[in-house]
Ligand binder design. Structure first.
Ligand SMILES: [Zn+2]
Length: 116
């Protein structure tokens, strides 16, 4: 398998709107100054601790996860896929899908209701 070119990785990180990916994952984002905040789908979030910075196209969980990163990190984490698979999904315009990763503490049907 050919190596994924650094330029392509950089392009996907810059040009795929993270905000849209996060929204497509089922996270409702609200404006907070220059950033957007929402409920982190990766831990049992009681208050919005997921911060998305559209200007930088980066996200960060200020809660239990202490995780964050680029569009690629988001797809890897939200869909439970490898770096290569995440790049392929983003390249195909399929990066934004509901969170499918394992979530032992929570069933999927209340994913939008747990954090008002
Ligand atoms: Zn989190």
């Amino acid at each position: 398998m050919a190596r994924i070119a650094d330029e392509e990785v950089g392009r996907l990180k810059r040009e795929v709107p993270l905000e849209a990916l996060v929204a497509a994952s089922g996270v409702e984002l609200k404006k907070a100054g220059a950033d957007l905040v929402g409920c982190c789908p990766f831990h049992d979030d009681r208050e919005p601790s997921l911060v998305v910075s559209p200007a930088k196209n980066l996200w960060h969980c200020l809660g239990a996860c202490q995780a964050g990163g680029s569009t690629i990190d988001w797809v890897m984490r939200s869909q439970g896929v490898s770096f290569r698979h995440a790049v392929e999904l983003l390249r195909a315009g399929q990066g934004g899908s509901p969170v499918t990763g394992p979530s032992p503490a929570r069933s999927t049907e209340n994913i939008l209701a747990y954090c008002a």
